[in-house]
Design a protein around this ligand. Structure first.
Ligand SMILES: *Cc1c(COP(=O)(O)O)cnc(C)c1O
Length: 424
């Protein structure tokens, strides 16, 4: 019989548990109950004379990112739509997006009527590079939507340069990178707009939720209205019974407002974020020491100028051939079985994903023509294939564990490497 846990052997680890996510305590319960008891529940409901939690959270989040403006929204997906609409991107326009990401960035471009031009990524980091972007630019390009993926930061110097030269906007999708820094500055502040998600799995969790940040006052005014059916905050002091939103109508909006209950939870979670980052960084360093000693393994590289990473999914990269012909899915399952935790390969690159099927919806028929599809996806994606085939990822919650947990991870990876032939 095999030693491997997935084939019936004794696991590396039994009896001990991994940290839970999301994390909450009495303070969280207090914030949530206070929001409940306020009966406010929505930013669009009459005030008790105080500002909404939705607005207070936006102010705190702007302060956290050291940027003048933030607008709370209901999802990260909505943040992307609001950003694109704020820049007036629509039919006839193209937006360059990476092939290696969650489907939301591409879906958002389609939702505003523009064409996503899906390009390859760096095989080591899974992120857009200035070269892959430059090769995809056209007269129709209006923006580049960069995703800081998993546990790293894209080359912001290079991407700023290429977008400035081309005269197009840079938009940052920071749904996996809250609090990361590039040259000392928070990510999300390098593009015209930075977009965030607070879906429960992200490092800043509110259940569902999102935000857009900008230093551009005019974009801020537009984004307020784009998220609240053309309303923005009133300029006057609030008295009990007042509405906090005013029908401004300078731009046609939709309703992407964040619930007050969500904002209450986020106000509790935000002050915990940097401490959690510090803990994850310590554990990641511990894990990396162990992996380095094994050979064959290493972390997703972090560019020199990214002086703080944000680990959403930790990626263990391995030398091609480390597990012979065993597919990465089977490796992930085998390592997970040793540990009683989940590991998986990165999401399929979007050209192979069932989540990107715009032809299934009438709404996209004008943009997703044969020609549109060819322009969107008519490229090779070798960087994405390499990244996907040589990376194992796991959720950031496990990095909230201790040194023993990291040692178990290293032992499990080594055990599966040494016995991988049994998986064939
Ligand atoms: C999670 C995520 C989103 C979408 O956020 P939601 O809040 O789930 O809508 C967008 N982009 C990336 C890169 C993500 O990881």
């Amino acid at each position: 019989m095999s030693d491997l846990a997935i084939l019936g052997g004794a696991p590396v680890r039994s009896g001990s548990t991994w940290p839970e996510w999301p994390q909450y305590d009495e303070r969280t319960e207090h914030e949530l109950l206070a929001a409940l008891r306020s009966r406010r529940w929505a930013v669009s409901w009459p005030t008790d004379g105080t500002r909404s939690r939705e607005r207070r959270f936006a102010e705190e989040f702007a302060r956290y990112n050291d940027v003048p403006h933030a607008v709370s929204v209901d999802h990260g997906s909505s943040a992307l739509v609001v950003a694109l609409e704020a820049l007036d991107i629509g039919p006839g326009d193209e937006v360059v997006v990476p092939v290696m990401t969650w489907v939301a960035p591409v879906a958002a471009v389609l939702r505003v009527g523009a064409l996503p031009v899906v390009v390859d990524v760096d095989p080591e980091t899974g992120c857009l590079t200035p070269e892959t972007v430059r090769a995809a630019l056209s007269e129709r390009t209006k923006a580049v939507l960069v995703v800081h993926l998993a546990a790293t930061v894209a080359d912001l110097d290079g991407l700023q340069q290429v977008t400035e030269e081309a005269g197009v906007a840079l938009i940052e999708d920071c749904a996996q990178a809250h609090g990361a820094r590039w040259r000392g500055r928070r990510v999300g502040t390098f593009g015209r707009v930075g977009c965030f998600s607070f879906q429960v799995g992200k490092v800043l969790a509110g259940g569902e939720g999102g935000a857009v940040i900008t230093s551009d006052e005019a974009l801020y005014q537009r984004m307020q209205q784009l998220r609240a059916d053309s309303r923005r905050y009133v300029d006057t002091e609030l008295a009990p019974g007042d509405l906090e939103l005013l029908e401004a109508g300078e731009v046609m909006g939709g309703n992407y407002c964040m619930s007050e209950l969500t904002a209450g939870v986020l106000l509790d979670q935000l002050p915990r974020l940097d401490q959690q980052h510090a803990h994850r960084d310590r554990m990641a360093a511990e894990l990396e020491r162990g992996l380095a000693a094994l050979g064959d393994f290493g972390p997703i590289p972090v560019p020199e100028h990214a002086d703080q990473r944000s680990i959403y999914e930790y990626g263990i990269r391995f030398r091609p051939g480390t597990f012979g012909d065993v597919p990465v899915e089977a490796v992930a399952e085998a390592v997970g079985a040793e540990l009683g935790m989940a590991l998986w390969p990165p999401d399929l690159p979007l050209h192979r994903s069932v989540m990107l099927h715009p032809h299934t919806k009438n709404r996209f028929r004008l943009v997703w023509t044969e020609q549109g599809r060819a322009r969107a996806l008519g490229r090779e994606y070798p960087g994405a294939e390499t990244y996907r085939d040589t990376t194992l990822v796991f959720h950031h919650k496990e990095l909230l564990g201790g040194e023993e947990d990291m040692a178990d991870l290293v032992r499990a990876v080594a055990k599966v490497r040494d016995a991988h032939k049994e998986l064939l």
